[in-house]
Write a protein that binds this ligand. Sequence first.
Ligand code: CA
Length: 225
Amino acid sequence: MKILVVEDEIKTGDYLRQGLTEAGFVVDLARDGLDGLHLAQTDAYDLAILDVMLPGIDGWAVLQGIRRAGKDMPVLFLTARDQVQDRVHGLELGADDYMVKPFAFAELLARVRIHLRRGSKAKESEYLRAADLELDLMRRRVTRAGRRIDLTVKEFALLELLLRRQGEVLPRSLIASQVWDMNFDSDTNVIEVAIKRLRLKIDEDFELKLIRTVRGMGYVLEIAE
Ligand code: CA
């Protein structure tokens, strides 16, 4: 899942990006309001975290721009402005939550997950499945035939993508942009290595193989005949 962070304070921005990345999210960080709004309008995010006092345009204006563009992703304000009227203003503009700095990262992460869960509940189930493989989106757990499988953050994201687009051959360039948030570079074998590891964990011990390589095209997860 992809999160947009708009924060001009260098340290806070880096801290948020690192923490959220380690928690398994793909993070885009904008350092000013205009960049943030531009990203929000042009890319697809599952959630946004906005500072209020920003260079360019402030967080209020970023949120208004996001809503005007018809984007209904959850938006959290994270700001040093702790006045009641600020909170009310933020919520009235259509923010989903409001946290005051200094903040505890664990609490921010918990709130992010609650909002993502609310958003996803309306749209989809919390589980992705193929045959006896099950991925629990909220608890971030994977089982096959009831047996727990431990995955790294990237392996989990890769499996989630393959399961969401089950039966579809996914080119490596698409996997690179969705899971690693990078442009595809043919010199790197990071995707091949990750697929290989994932297969060892998901398919190796089972007769029914789910992940398949389609030569020259990419990878697909499907229940073969
Ligand atoms: Ca600021």
